[in-house]
Structures are given as C-alpha cells and as structure tokens.
Ligand binder design. Structure first.
Ligand code: FE2
Length: 474
C-alpha cells in the first residue's frame, strides 16, 4: 500500500467539535479568497445539504442527523468561486424557528407531546421534511432529501424552498436515489409500513410520473440508507438492524431508538431484476452494517456489491451529539466487496482497502453499475473523526491519502474533466473544516494524485454535512 500526503505525518491534536456547532449566518459571498488556482474548465455548482443548527429554542437536539438542514452552493466560473448558504425553508424548519419548539419527529429527537397527542398521531405521524442528507436533480428541478418521504424542491440559485416534490410509495425512503441515464428516471427505495409491510423500489420521472418497480413483503424491515444498482439489478442489503412496524407506531420513542440489532439473522441481499421487478435472488451472509453502497456490477457470473461496512450499527450511537462532543472514538467503516454467485447462491466477502473509507464517491456518470477502479472517500487517520481523504485503487489494491493536521475533510465529490477519459481524470471537491483557524474551506484536489490545486476560504465554519453533487449547468 502506498501512501502520499500533503504534509508530514503528525498526530492530529485538533478538535473536530466545531463541526457540530450551529451556524446561524446565511448569505452570499460573490468571490471567495482562493489559495492556488482553480482549473479553468471547472464551471458549475456544487450543491450540498447538511445539518447546521443543533438546537431548537433552548433545547439541544440529540443526534448529528437531527440538525436543521442548510443548503450550500459553491459556484465556479472563470477561475473564481462564489458561496451561498441558506437554511432549507422546510415546514419543519419554519415551525421550529417560529415556535421555538420541535414540531416534527427527527431521527433521534421527538417533539414533547402529551400522551394523548402521541396516541392520536401514532398511526399517522407528522413526518419531518428536514431534508438534510442529500440533493438530487429531478428533471429540471432540484430536491433536497432525507429518509422521510418528503423531498423538498429548491431553487439552486436562490436556495429558496418550494414545497414537497412528490410522495414516495411508503413512509420511509432513502436520500440516495440512483439515476438512470437511459431514461432520466430517479430510482429509489421505500418501505411501506403497516399490517403487511413491504420493501419497494420505484422510479420517479419529474414530479408527477411514478412507477412501482417491485414490492417485496417483509415483517420487520431493516434500516436502509442506500442501495446498489447494476445494469440489470437493484440490490438491497438488509442488515440485521430491524424494526417492528407496530413498535415504531406505538412506542412513543424517537425513530431510530425503535431499531434493534439482531446479528443472528445475518445480512440478506435481495436482488431485484430492474426490467421485470422480480425478486431474482436472495443471498445470506454474515451480520454487518452500512450506510453507503459504493457500486455494484456483474462480472463472471457474479454480482459484485461494494459498500462501506461496519461490524455493527454502533456508529449510530457514536453520532449522538453528546458523544461526538466528548470526542469518543468513532467506529471505522471499511470498503468491503461481496461477490454474489448468480449461478451458485454463494457469497464471498473481502476487504478492498486497509484505510477506513466512508462517504465514498466514484465517477458515477461513467462507472456506476459497471466495473471500475477508483473510490474516493473520507477516512480516519486518527480515531475521533474523518480527517483524511482516501483514494482507493481497487485494481492495484492500494490507497493514497490527503490530510493536513487539524483539518477534517468531508465527502469528496468527483468532478470529471470534460474530454478526459481517465477514470480519475478530474478533481475532488471537499468541504473541509480547519479546526485551528475555526473556518472551513472548499478543498480542490487533483483526483489523479491527490495533489492540492486550490482551496477557497469561507470566512466562517461550516458544520459537517453529509452529501452533495456537482451540476455543470447550474
Ligand atoms: Fe448518506
């Protein structure tokens, strides 16, 4: 394994807690100070969402995933970059701002409701539209997404919210839809909860066209944050972190506290034919947990499924805000490859990279669903938080890293250079917290060798966010 870095190795003593501190400022900065040189070909906008306010009124929220969503836009043109940020004007945000109280249940924080109110809302709970996980393009509109079925439309220029775009066919969904370039559809997953619960895959075209691809009965659904899509198949990894729909409806506990870890169930991989919607294969393997699939493709009668896997869902507990603020160690995700034997039902598993790797990105437009070589992600050099960028070379089974002491880079979004056919021919964009300066910057790395091309300095900190995408037309 080869390792390169921007600065000599040193133990990180910096403190990532500023990344979990609310940002109240909203606004637009026409031109950020740029150290280095941005590529002239880089034109377009990186749109991101993430939690940015961790209190409602006087009340602290419980979990990183609970924070009120803020949209961020970094727009590149002519070697310059502008920045805009704004709280997502969701119903949940407006109500919390206006009343000083949490109006809707979040991932691990619930409104303070009377027993009567809890009983009356148990079977039709008011769902939060606090879309703090990811952004996607829906035809010519943009949506911010979370795991409730309320994707919020927003204007990519003003960052104004414009209501819910459509309703997925279930009460839970993912903020990681796949994009089908052949027809422009967004393909996503939902869980229909009830007396007869089901996993569902569906395709969304614009706001109004929705097509159910598959419906698979399930008794106690697993927690699903993302799924895989190859050219022929949709792949649902069902980890044994499951919930009883009745318990979810009646317990009165915050959403995620209703899930339980049952490792004896192992992990199931459900493989659905995209064309027919048929459940074609069900594989079983050891218990594990993951938020993020990285890629999936067929090769030699095997369906290869790559994901960032943990041994168990302890990472969810580790992301409660009181724990991250106490600087407790964070479990490490490892890039794991599952090979599903399409003709023999066997599953084999191997680690692809020694470095930890989360928030993995690939050259999605050209490589999703196909054999590929590179994964870019954020990893842990120290134990406390994601503090380096990792480029995993799956062919050479090696990794390169970029780190700087005291800096905490987020998800590296790969932007291909137009006309460059190399899979790593482009740049990585990563919003990075500089804990010593107490500000954030947008880091621009050459994806080929992880050398730093530029950093655009933001005059304040940006709380750690989850995901975003680059759009050359915005
Ligand atoms: Fe995610």
């Amino acid at each position: 394994m080869s390792t390169t870095s921007a600065v000599p190795a040193a133990r990180s003593i910096a403190d990532p807690r500023l990344g979990f501190t609310s940002l109240e400022e909203e606004g637009t900065i026409d031109s950020l100070q740029v150290d280095g040189a941005l590529p002239q070909w880089l034109e377009g906008s990186l749109l991101r969402t993430g939690p940015a306010k961790f209190e409602v009124g006087e009340r602290p929220l419980a979990h990183w995933f609970d924070g009120m969503a803020m949209l961020h836009r970094y727009s590149f043109a002519g070697g310059r970059v502008s920045y805009a940020n704004r709280f997502l004007g969701s119903r949940a945000f407006r109500e919390s701002r206006d009343s000083g109280q949490l109006g809707f249940g979040e991932f691990a924080s619930d409104p303070c409701r009377s027993l009567f109110k809890r009983l009356t809302t148990a079977f039709s709970p008011a769902l939060s539209d606090n879309a703090n996980v990811n952004v996607a393009r829906l035809d010519d509109e943009f949506i911010a997404m979370t795991e409730t079925p309320l994707p919020v439309v927003f204007d990519p220029h003003t960052l104004d919210a414009a209501g819910v775009a459509y309703r997925p066919p279930g009460q839970l969904t993912t903020a990681h839809p796949h994009h089908d370039p052949t027809c422009g559809e967004l393909v996503n997953f939902a869980v229909q909860l009830g007396g007869r619960s089901s996993y569902r895959f569906f395709a969304q075209h614009g706001r109004s066209e929705q097509r159910l691809i598959a419906s698979i009965p399930v008794r106690d659904p697993g927690y699903v944050h993302s799924f895989g899509m190859s050219e022929r198949f949709l792949i649902l990894a069902e980890f044994p972190f499951v919930v009883s729909p009745a318990r979810l409806a009646l317990s009165g506990r915050p959403y995620i506290e209703n899930y339980r870890w049952e490792p004896e169930r192992g992990t199931r991989l459900l493989v659905v034919d995209r064309a027919s919607g048929e459940l074609r294969h069900t594989f079983e393997t050891d218990a594990m947990f993951a938020f993020h699939h990285v890629n999936a493709f067929e090769q030699d009668c095997e369906l290869v499924v790559d994901l960032s896997a943990y041994e168990d869902p302890e990472v969810i507990d580790a992301l409660y805000l009181d724990r991250v603020r106490q600087a407790q160690p964070l479990p490490r995700a490892k890039l794991r490859r599952l090979r599903l034997g399409l003709d023999n039902g066997q599953v084999t598993s191997e680690l692809l990279c020694d470095e930890s790797l989360e928030l993995g990105r690939i050259d999605y437009g050209r490589r999703n669903g196909r054999p590929y070589r590179y994964v870019f992600g954020a990893g842990q050099r120290g134990g406390r938080w994601l503090d380096q960028i990792v480029k995993a070379d799956l062919q050479e089974r090696s990794a390169q890293t970029w780190f700087q002491d005291g800096c905490f880079p987020g998800e590296p979004v790969f932007v291909p250079e137009p006309g460059n056919e190399r899979e790593d021919g482009g740049v990585l964009l990563s919003v990075t917290l500089d804990a010593e300066r107490e500000t954030s910057f947008l880091l621009v790395l050459d994806a080929g060798d992880l050398s730093e091309l530029a950093r655009a300095q933001v005059p304040h900190h940006i709380p750690f966010s989850f995901h975003g995408n680059f759009y050359s037309q915005v």
